[in-house]
Ligand binder design. Structure first.
Ligand code: UDP
Length: 308
């Protein structure tokens, strides 16, 4: 199995999950990934790490059965800092990895995102919704890279008969998210740990639906093993506002930092919630971990790794 983006948050958890089943070639250029996330695998005979930029030409000699394509900057802060890298890995990088999949007749699951729905006008978001994306807004580099990834993957399926799976992953959280990646959960935990004000963008009434990493990984595994070649939403339908999220995290930390309101970023989606009827019906998956438990595990991880 090849995993691209293996040193990233989701990629490293995928490697842990699949290491008992596959020999893994883990690929990452360490642009936003962190080698520490896979430190514990580097001495494993079944795990081979390659520091490769998949947007450049590269060769894999081994025979490949399955590919999980997760390489991409993924937090709004990261893709604003790396707009061209984000576009290139979604386009050139995705095509390079699709070529490996067709040459090997390997199954390939590509990581797409709820961002393909943009600031959605349909709620909750079903896979049939085409989205409301601003191609020239700040989020355009990520949203359009992932929309192109889906189009390209589908073209490979139709033209080369590639054995594809498309996971539209909604907000996911858990251990190994970079504490400074700029996203809501790491930001709030970091601010609470350091007794800083909690930065709420806008009025905090915008919603997200947060899925704990173990649930996400199970969903991805079930999708990979299915035969379903259309996009599938992988996310937790439990929709909360950012202010509610803060209440949950405050309760866990038993701290009471004040909120400081900041400007809402341009094109920040107002509401987001997956309709997971397809995932339930086709791959018999739905998330199980309640947000209180997931946040507690995540909080404890950051406390344990505070000085790293
Ligand atoms: N957000 C916030 N304060 C922060 C970080 C994020 O209020 O310190 C808000 C952000 O504006 C968005 C939501 O939290 O509405 C989720 O943001 P995140 O960056 O985690 O991911 P997104 O879902 O926007 O990709």
């Amino acid at each position: 199995m090849i995993i691209t983006g293996v040193a990233g948050f989701i990629g490293s958890h995928l490697a842990d999950y699949f290491i008992d089943e596959f020999d893994i070639i883990g690929i990452d250029n360490l642009s936003t990934g962190n080698i520490k996330n896979i430190d514990h695998l580097l001495n494993n005979k079944r795990f081979n790490f390659l520091k490769i930029d998949i947007t450049r030409s590269f060769k894999i000699d081994e025979k490949i059965d399955s590919i999980l394509h997760f390489a991409s900057p993924a937090s709004p802060v990261d893709y604003l800092l790396k707009p061209l890298e984000t576009l290139r890995v979604g386009s050139i990088g995705t095509e390079n990895i699709l070529k490996i999949s067709t040459a090997n007749k390997a199954k390939i699951l590509v990581a797409s995102t709820s961002e393909v729905y943009g600031d959605p006008k349909e709620h909750p978001q079903k896979e049939t919704y085409f989205g409301n994306v601003n191609p020239v807004g700040p989020r355009g580099v990520y949203d359009e890279a992932k929309r192109y990834l889906e189009a390209l993957t589908t073209a490979y399926k139709n033209f080369y008969n590639a054995d594809v799976r498309i996971a539209r992953i909604f907000n996911t959280y858990g251990p190994r998210m970079r504490i400074n990646d700029g996203r809501a959960i790491p930001n709030f935990i970091n601010q609470l740990i350091n007794n800083k004000n909690l930065t709420v963008y806008g009025n905090g009434k915008q919603t997200r639906s947060f899925c704990y990493i173990d649930d996400t990984i199970e969903g991805i595994s079930k999708l990979l093993k299915s035969n379903y070649k259309e996009p599938v939403n992988i996310g937790n339908p439990n929709e909360i506002t950012i202010l509610q999220l803060i209440d949950y995290i405050k309760k866990i930390s038993e701290k009471n930092c004040s909120v400081s309101y900041k400007k809402l970023p341009i094109n920040d989606p107002k509401r987001r919630k997956p309709d997971i009827s397809i995932a339930k019906k086709i791959i018999h998956w739905e998330p199980k971990i309640p947000i209180e438990i997931g946040l507690l595990k995540t909080y404890n991880y950051y406390i344990e790794n505070k000085n790293e």
